[in-house]
Design a protein around this ligand. Sequence first.
Ligand code: AMP
Length: 129
Amino acid sequence: MASIFTKIINGEIPCYKVAETDEFLAFLDINPNAKGHTLCIPKKEVDKIFDLDEDTYMGLMAFSRRVAIALEKAVPCKRVGVSVIGLEVPHVHVHLIPLNRMDDARFLSKETLQPEEFEAIAKAIASHL
Ligand code: AMP
């Protein structure tokens, strides 16, 4: 069965899109640790990051770096943190999280945002790409 992220790639489920190439997609995490929390995924559906072929892995890192640089310009924060977990969704994703304090990296406290805020943040990040 297709992962929820493959359904997003195929347009079957909506997302707040930040960036897209032929191989990769970046969109806002729906349950963010902090405003601007973004996920970068390969369109190829693979569960675990180190099972990616080397070209896709390197491409995903380069894509994530480009998105992270734009994110740091768009969302005030001390720095952008990077996490790869994957315990919830079995489709490789790189979490890019604007960090102001250690708790922002802990996946414990979450921000509630309205659709208009998600839309504005996605647009702001995209404008810095
Ligand atoms: P994990 O697999 O543990 O790295 O976590 C999966 C992440 O995907 C969580 O932070 C979820 O909030 C996020 N997530 C799950 N479904 C969606 C969705 N439809 N759109 C955006 N983010 C999602």
